[in-house]
Design a protein around this ligand. Structure first.
Ligand SMILES: Cc1cc2nc3c(=O)[nH]c(=O)nc-3n(C[C@H](O)[C@H](O)[C@H](O)COP(=O)(O)OP(=O)(O)OC[C@H]3O[C@@H](n4cnc5c(N)ncnc54)[C@H](O)[C@@H]3O)c2cc1C
Length: 362
């Protein structure tokens, strides 16, 4: 390492922080700069808790990073000038790089359903949650993926006087084992959540949602959790992306079009076990962030970076503060038979969330 390499990490979520921390340890002598539009690291996997009125931990990024001798720039990246190897920022001078880690995460997606942008809330990002004040009365949660399930349970537990409806075309947790699915349904019902598992929402209005069968469900608030999108920065900057805008990568997480750029976390397409794309998760963001950093270091040392080796272990869904489902997984993400539930599940889930935050910060 010559000592003059400039490494820029875009995004200080789980992937970006994991990459930056690893670089600070391994790329000694390099100048490492992290850019994020926010000055705080919020544990995104707890946003449903914050939406239900709980205080969640928040860290000051500048403090966190400067203590590791990493520069921090609080700015929004507006373009990557791949020819000039510079990142253009909304409030500061362009940042030059020799290597770039692209880790801009994801945001809520309306899936093109009319009215979502205008009338629905989201819990996808800290800014979304800042806008959401759960009203008393009927709250419709659209989408029964992990975020919708966790949010419905959390709201029902913290606001027993409200009526929480969970709407989706599928059974909540449809991708999990029968035991996990049954526990999710039982627990949501115990908490008073009304489950509509054959409901396809085709429009959100100021008063509620319209379903494909023509019926209307009135709501004091609608929260849309049915899908994630990614920032369009890579696509706008001419970097090879898939149709959703995620950066296409090789097994070492290098951009297919720009080998000096590595991508990790939700905003990257990464091949996992069996060639299946890794799903968007904190559980994939942390190891891909670390691997992107290792690949940058290998390249700067003139070595060929190795492929990411990843296997799934478990998926944890909280069901309020006292219950959860911990689904053990096969290497390729298929559900195994073992499922932890109840207080044991909640204890494991809380440890995993704390551990993920700790890993990102350290
Ligand atoms: C409510 C909720 C619960 C979840 N629970 C779980 C869970 O239990 N387990 C799990 O594995 N996953 C969970 N997830 C998913 C998980 O949070 C994400 O997969 C993970 O945060 C992805 O990490 P990341 O680093 O790729 O992106 P992020 O954590 O989203 O970080 C991206 C960062 O990039 C910054 N950024 C974006 N655009 C710009 C720009 N143009 N310029 C500068 N900065 C920018 C953002 O400010 C952000 O800090 C949950 C998600 C939500 C919303």
């Amino acid at each position: 390492m010559t000592g003059q390499h400039r490494i820029v990490v875009l995004g200080a979520g789980y992937a970006g922080l994991a990459a930056a921390g690893r670089l600070a340890k391994k790329a000694r002598g390099a100048e490492i700069t992290v850019v994020d539009a926010s000055s705080r690291f919020v544990e995104r996997v707890r946003l449903h808790q914050q939406a239900a009125g709980q205080q969640i931990p928040v860290w000051d990024l500048r403090e966190l990073l400067t203590s590791k001798k990493i520069h921090f720039v609080c700015a929004r990246a507006t373009k990557i000038d791949t020819e000039g190897k510079r990142v253009l920022l909304d409030n500061a001078m362009p940042l030059a790089y020799d290597a770039l880690v692209y880790a801009l995460g994801s945001i809520g997606d309306s899936n093109g359903v009319p009215g979502v942008a205008e009338h629905a809330y989201s819990v996808s990002t800290p800014a979304d949650v800042d806008r959401f004040q759960p009203p008393r009365g009927r709250i419709v949660v659209v989408g029964a993926g992990s975020t919708g399930i966790e949010l419905a349970a959390e709201l029902a537990e913290s606001q027993p006087d409200s009526r929480i409806l969970l709407l989706s075309p599928d059974e909540p947790g449809a991708w999990l084992s029968p035991k996990a699915r049954a526990h999710i349904r039982r627990t949501l019902e115990r908490l008073g959540v009304e489950i509509h598992s054959d409901a396809k929402v085709i429009e959100v209005t100021d008063d509620g949602v319209r379903l494909a069968d023509g019926s209307l469900i009135e709501a004091a608030a609608t929260v849309w959790t049915a899908g994630f999108a990614v920032p369009d920065l890579a696509a706008r900057s001419g970097i090879a992306v898939d149709r959703t805008g995620r950066v296409l990568t090789d097994p070492a997480l290098r951009s297919l079009s720009h080998p000096e750029i590595h991508a990790a976390g939700d905003s990257a397409v990464v091949a996992g076990p069996g060639g299946r794309e890794l799903r968007m998760a904190c559980a994939t963001a942390l190891p891909t962030g670390k691997h992107a950093a290792d690949a940058v270091v290998a390249r700067l040392r003139g070595a060929e970076p190795g492929p990411l080796r990843f296997r799934y272990v478990m998926q944890c869904l909280s069901l309020g503060r006292h219950d959860a489902v911990v689904q053990l997984l096969r290497a390729d993400d298929a559900p195994a038979r073992i499922v932890l539930t109840g207080r044991t599940g909640a204890w494991v889930k809380e440890r995993i969330v704390r551990g993920a935050g700790w890993t990102a910060r350290h």
